[in-house]
Design a protein around this ligand. Structure first.
Ligand SMILES: [Fe+2]
Ligand SMILES: [Fe+2]
Length: 212
């Protein structure tokens, strides 16, 4: 048997390992964390608010890992599988930056991260079953929604939290690039109500991750 061919059990174990390390391990980033670590809100209430928003963003990046790993699982062509794994690796920087910022703000990640990861793997794998162009369409729509969500956070993050703002600004620029890459790779446009359901699911996650 070709040692590179993974059995379903191997794949399951690989996913469990990815999910656990995304949720609990200290992720490495390929680029330095944007902004100045010393810039944070002096007021404890504003600092807690910033931390809540960054916890939501961190949970979103955990979900992005899950979606891309799930989509790669059911992608048909090797090019699409590679594109999805590459996207997941690039999102690793965002994961690391949000995690760093939570530490700096004296806070913690969402306790439900393993749940966000597992749910996202299932959703991603289902999206992949509709074929590669639909799966890339799902990726483009995800990135579009994340970009809009980050834009809203930039309006809400305290003005004196320059570090969190710099992180979110760089993430936003990257997500726009990811969306464009998915469109360039042949993404189809998702029909309603799919984007609406995606927005609703994201709202449940972001609303919960702010607190838990
Ligand atoms: Fe991201
Ligand atoms: Fe992205």
């Amino acid at each position: 048997m070709d040692p590179r061919v993974l059995s379903p059990l191997d794949r399951l174990l690989e996913l469990a390992d990815s999910g656990l390390s995304a949720s609990f391990a200290r992720p490495a980033s390929s680029r330095p964390t944007p902004g100045n670590p010393a810039a944070y809100p002096v007021d404890p209430g504003r600092r807690r608010y910033s931390a809540g928003l960054m916890r939501v963003n961190h949970a979103g990046e955990i979900a992005a890992q899950g979606l891309y790993h799930g989509q790669a699982l059911t992608a048909r062509s090797e090019e699409t599988q590679d594109a999805l794994r590459r996207a997941a690796a690039e999102e690793g920087d965002h994961l690391a930056w949000c995690r760093d910022r939570l530490d700096e703000l004296g806070s913690r990640p969402s306790l439900l991260n393993p749940l966000w990861y597992a749910g996202s793997v299932v959703i991603g794998a289902l999206a992949g079953l509709f074929g590669d162009t639909a799966s890339l369409g799902f990726m483009a729509e995800t990135e579009r929604q994340v970009e809009g969500h980050l834009a809203a956070h930039l309006e809400r993050l305290p003005a004196d939290d320059a570090r969190s703002r710099a992180i979110v600004e760089q993430m936003q620029a990257d997500e726009i690039g990811h969306g464009q890459a998915a469109v360039a790779a042949g993404a189809s446009t998702l029909p309603e109500p799919v984007p609406r359901i995606m927005r609703m699911a994201a709202r449940v996650m972001t609303g919960t991750a702010y607190w838990i």
